[in-house]
Write a protein that binds this ligand. Structure first.
Ligand code: SAM
Length: 286
C-alpha cells in the first residue's frame, strides 16, 4: 500500500512531534518525515523510488490511522501509478488545470498540492456524490483554496464553455483492468458490449476534453487499465480525428522503466509491483 504525504511537510512534522512529544529540527523534510513515521508510529516503510511524496508500507496501516494521519488530512492512501500520472501532467505553481473526470479526486488533490497555493484546478465530474467527497477531502488536505468543483457531463460542459487551459487531464472511466488485485469483482462484471460502449465513451470524452485545450497546451489521457483497446488504440483513433495534436513522449516526466516504445506511460502490476495504468501526453499545435 502507498501513502502520499499531503500538503506541506511542516504540518506533518508538527503533528508527529506532538505525538512523540519531541521537537523536530527540519533538515531534509522528506527523509525526516519518513524516519518520523517509522520511529513515532513504528510503521516499517520503504521510500518510493518513483515519487518523493510517497512511502510504501506493507503492515502498520492501523497505527497510521490510529495516529490520525489520514483523518487530519496529513497523509492519503494513493497508489504510485496515480502519482506517476500527475508527474506527467507536471503541475507548476500558478497554472490553471482542468481535471475532466476528477472524482473522487486522488489526482486532483495531488495536482492541487503541487501548485503550492498558486493557481487553480477545476475538477469536473458527472457524479455529484463523488464530487462531494472530493470537495470535503480538499478542505481536509488544505488545498480547497485552489480547487473548484464542477458538477457536469464533460461533453455538455465542453460544448458550452469558452475558457481553455494549458493543461487538461482526462482520467477516463475504464474497465479497471489494471487494478484487479484491489477490485476482484471487476473480473466477473465485463461483457463484450460493455467494453464497446466504454470505448465509445472514452472517444467522446477525449473529443470533449480536447476542446478545452489552448493551442500549445497539453492533454493527458489516462486510464487504470492495461487493455490496449482502452489505451494505445483510443489514442491512435483520437490522433486520426485530431491531427492538431501530437504525442509528447513522457521520458522527461517518469522513470525510463515506465516509458513504452511509443512514448506512453505504462505501469504493470507484475513488472512494477504497483497498479496497472496508462497515460499519453498530447500537445496541441494549433
Ligand atoms: C476513473 S474515475 C476518475 C478517478 C479520479 N480521476 C481520481 O484520480 O480519483 C472516472 C470518473 O469519470 C466520471 N465520469 C464518467 N462519465 C463522465 C462524463 N460524461 N462527464 C464527466 N465525468 C464523467 C465518473 O463519475 C468517475 O468519477
Amino acid at each position: 500500500m502507498n501513502l502520499r504525504v499531503c500538503g506541506d511537510c511542516h504540518s506533518v512534522f508538527k503533528f508527529i512531534s506532538e505525538i512523540i512529544q519531541q521537537e523536530i529540527i527540519l533538515r531534509d523534510p522528506y527523509r525526516f518525515y519518513h524516519s518520523a513515521v517509522e520511529s513515532a508510529l513504528a510503521v516499517p516503510h520503504e521510500i518510493s523510488p518513483n515519487l518523493d511524496d510517497f512511502v510504501r508500507i506493507k503492515i502498520g496501516m492501523q497505527s497510521v490511522m490510529q495516529a490520525g494521519l489520514l483523518k487530519e488530512g496529513l497523509c492519503s492512501v494513493q497508489d504510485e501509478s496515480a502519482g506517476l500520472v500527475v508527474s506527467i501532467v507536471d503541475p507548476q505553481s500558478g497554472e490553471s488545470i482542468i481535471d475532466c473526470c476528477a472524482a473522487p479526486g486522488g489526482k486532483t488533490l495531488f495536482m492541487a498540492a503541487q501548485l503550492s497555493g498558486q493557481g487553480a484546478v477545476s475538477a469536473i465530474d458527472i457524479n455529484k456524490g463523488r464530487l462531494r467527497i472530493l470537495k470535503e477531502t480538499a478542505k481536509l488536505q488544505n488545498v480547497d483554496n485552489v480547487v473548484t468543483t464542477v458538477d457536469a457531463d464533460l461533453r455538455t460542459f465542453a460544448d458550452q464553455n469558452q475558457d481553455k487551459s494549458n493543461k487538461v487531464l482526462l482520467d477516463a472511466p475504464c474497465s479497471g483492468l489494471g487494478v484487479l488485485s484491489k477490485r476482484p469483482d471487476l473480473r466477473w462484471n465485463r461483457r463484450w458490449e460493455d467494453m464497446e460502449q466504454l470505448k465509445a465513451l472514452q472517444d467522446d470524452l477525449l473529443d470533449a476534453a480536447s476542446m478545452l485545450v489552448k493551442p500549445g497546451g497539453v492533454l493527458v489521457y489516462s486510464t487504470c487499465s492495461i487493455d490496449p483497446g482502452e489505451n494505445e488504440e483510443r489514442v491512435a483513433a483520437f490522433l486520426l480525428r485530431h491531427p492538431e495534436f501530437c504525442v509528447d513522449p513522457v521520458d522527461s516526466y517518469v522513470p525510463a522503466d515506465f516509458v513504452t516504445e511509443h512514448g506512453f506511460y505504462s505501469s504493470n502490476p507484475v513488472k512494477h509491483s504497483i497498479d496497472g495504468a496508462f497515460a499519453a501526453r498530447l500537445v496541441r499545435s494549433s
